[in-house]
Design a protein around this ligand. Sequence first.
Ligand SMILES: [Zn+2]
Length: 211
Amino acid sequence: MKISIIGPPGAGKGTYAAELSKKYNIPIIAIGRELRDMVGTKLGDMLKEKYWGKGDLIPSKYAMGILKKRINKKGYILDGFPREVEEAEMFGKIDRLDAVVFIKVSQKTILDRLHGRLQCKKCGRVYHVKGMPPKNDKLCDDCSVELYERVDDKEEKVIKERFKVYHEETEPVIKYYKERNLLLEISGEGSVPEVVKSIEDAIRRKLQIKS
Ligand SMILES: [Zn+2]
């Protein structure tokens, strides 16, 4: 199964990707995570310094290079990719997605939730103090590493700016996949288990698989 999860910043894409990864036993490919892993290499340091360290998207050709190395025949979940139509078109030349899950959620809901997001420094897993708390106070369930509040979430202004960029760049991607009959539009307003269930139901219908 080859799927992509897209949606606005803070929609919980990483959380849903993790749930689906467990259920379908396929890896998650997230550009942000790959970039963090590349720090220390010549290319990784350059990309950090020139682009993502400043909050800018990395150029599509680098994103494609990273994906090419990670995609496989068995399946995968792309977390937050493609971000632009250009990337959707480029990706279409290297592989074919079965479905694109679009998590639809309002800016207001996201701003409410962004306060209280915690992330593991080691594995990148994201928690929420209310929505999805870790089992032990502020430690990652998987690594027992102390969680930190995501810095970029502290500034509401930054979030609003990211939302604006998302509207301009990613909304055309939604249209692109809708036209190709690959889009599964899911309301992201509910609780995590509710949203996960909606996604799984939609995937089951789309791919006509038995649970
Ligand atoms: Zn962890």
